[in-house]
Design a protein around this ligand. Structure first.
Ligand SMILES: [Cu+2]
Length: 511
């Protein structure tokens, strides 16, 4: 009788436990389904494109007696009207949001007078620029509040759409997110293909960022549940406009597209299915126009495209679901299913004629794999490169000036990463052993590295040897970079050893 009672009690307990587990499992499935459903973000259909797209002004240099073009860039904090709930507290250069477009020619000597007008230490890095390490604006070139930092160098690289942004160790994501960024266009007087080139008329900068705003219109930067890529915003801001249309007055319009977002990957195209021509990648013109229906850009990447419009028509530049590679649930929690309208293009009733697109654009004299002196490997995993987190006092790689190097970059992690070496323009040799697709065939400085993928890039390290100052290489997913996914390389003359002991003095404090 006692045994029977005990076994009845047990069976009741077991039944109750089974019910509880079923309820919990059901809740978990429901929560998972809810989070899965919530993870997809889209603004398609929400915008009426009422506002004319803002165009960043061109920076006006002064010319020093020796011919140096001097540009003033002042970090500024303030309030900007980005959304109806605003104003929003933001940062900019020479204004409260973003900065002017700097434009100069290959061969020009430039000096950038960068003044820190905000109350935090920051830096300003020239992304994609070929220049000495001390002028690079990386984590070592800190600018304290109230100080002016004045790097100068001679522009010596192909025509390209570059950009500038803060690069403070551990704070890059936050500083870029607040709005401190701008475009830097390099022209090459020896290579001027007949492309639309009137700034703000048929040659248009598109600085694309995603933001989230709280109820007061201020920026918030929380990482959504399940995201391995970091912050993803639900509002697209283009040149500071959140509901923009671009008036088009010419048959062809050239768009210089910069993904200045912290983590989001865009896959641009048009819902009416029209194709367009990619004419440049990050660091230079393609050899010839590449006709395509999609353009995918990971953070930090740029491309120039040319779009043809008919008089009076309207179309929308849209970001379709990006292809993030072999990743859990297609990368849904990393923005892999997200779609966004970016900007509407509104053609005037009459369009000024544009010259036909040239067949050839530039000579891309990329090095051959057979020319390589050295091959290095870089393994991306977690938030480390080759198992190490960023250390400002450590030299990770030493490059001998004059060498041509293959850098073999592998994403050994199931999450999205990218790779950006400073100093050099690189050419892509192969992606998992396959010849690179046409969109990766030109000069680049930043590349998306899908999960479980190896990309081999090649670059010449012809000059700017300095054993006392390092260049960075890092993942351009800014949250990853800030968490340590960055390393340092130094370029030396043959036989020299790197020595970073002077960098602390340059920063003005120990750390
Ligand atoms: Cu990363």
């Amino acid at each position: 009788m006692w045994d029977a009672f005990r076994s009845r009690r047990w069976s009741r307990l077991l039944a109750a436990a089974a019910v509880a587990m079923a309820v919990l499992a059901g809740l978990a499935v429901a929560a998972g389904a809810w989070m899965y459903a919530r993870a997809e973000t889209s603004n398609v259909g929400d915008l009426d494109f009422a506002d004319e797209l803002a165009i960043p002004p061109l920076a006006e240099p002064t010319v020093a007696p020796d011919g140096t073009k001097v540009f003033d860039l002042r970090f500024t904090a303030g309030e900007t009207d980005l959304v109806d709930d605003g104003p929003t507290e933001t940062w900019g250069l020479n204004g409260t949001y973003l900065g002017p477009t700097v434009r100069a020619e290959r061969g020009d000597r430039v000096r950038m007078d960068v003044t820190n007008g905000v109350d935090e230490t920051t830096t300003l890095h020239w992304h994609g620029m070929h220049l000495p390490a001390r002028m690079d604006g990386g984590p070592h070139q800190m600018v304290e509040p109230g100080d002016t930092w004045s790097p100068e160098w001679t522009l010596d690289q192909p025509a390209a759409t570059l950009w500038y942004h803060p690069h403070l160790d551990g704070e890059t994501a936050e500083h870029v997110y607040r709005g401190a960024a701008g475009m830097f266009i390099v022209d090459d007087p020896d290579e001027v293909p007949d492309l639309p080139d009137t700034y703000g008329v048929d040659d248009i900068p598109l600085i694309i960022q995603d933001k989230s705003f709280d109820d007061d219109g201020d920026l918030s930067m929380s990482t959504p549940f399940g995201s391995g890529i970091g912050f993803l915003g639900d509002t697209i801001v283009v040149n500071g406009s959140t509901n923009p249309h671009l008036p088009v007055t010419t048959e062809l319009v050239r768009l210089r597209v910069l993904n200045a977002s912290n983590a989001r990957v865009y896959n641009l195209g048009f819902p009416d299915g029209r194709s367009f021509w990619q004419v440049a990648s990050d660091s230079g013109l393609l050899a010839r126009p590449h006709e395509t229906g999609r353009l995918q850009l990971s953070p930090g990447e740029r491309a120039e495209i040319v779009v043809a419009l008919e008089p009076g028509e309207r179309t929308v530049l849209r970001s379709f679901a990006p292809d993030l590679g072999p990743i859990f649930l297609g990368g849904r929690f990393d923005g892999g299913d997200d779609t966004f309208d970016i900007v509407q293009l509104r053609a005037a009733g009459e369009l000024a004629p544009s010259p036909p697109l040239p067949d050839r654009l530039a000579t891309v004299d990329a090095p051959d794999a057979a020319d390589a002196d050295v091959t290095r490997t870089f393994s991306l995993r977690g938030t480390s490169i080759n198992g190490r987190d960023m250390d400002m006092d450590r030299v990770d790689e030493v490059v001998t000036v004059g060498s041509t190097e293959i850098w073999e970059v592998t994403n050994e992690h199931g999450r999205p990463h990218s790779f950006h070496p400073h100093l050099v323009q690189f050419s892509v040799l192969d992606v998992d052993g396959e010849e690179p697709p046409p969109e990766l065939a030109g000069w680049k400085d930043t590349i998306y590295v899908p999960p479980d993928t190896t990309i081999r890039i090649i670059a010449r390290f012809d000059d700017h040897a300095d054993p006392t100052a390092p260049f960075m290489f890092h993942c351009h997913v800014l949250d990853h970079e800030d968490r340590g996914m960055m390393g340092q390389f130094v370029v030396v003359e043959p036989g020299d050893e790197p020595d970073l002991s002077g960098m602390d003095d340059e920063r003005g404090h120990d750390h």
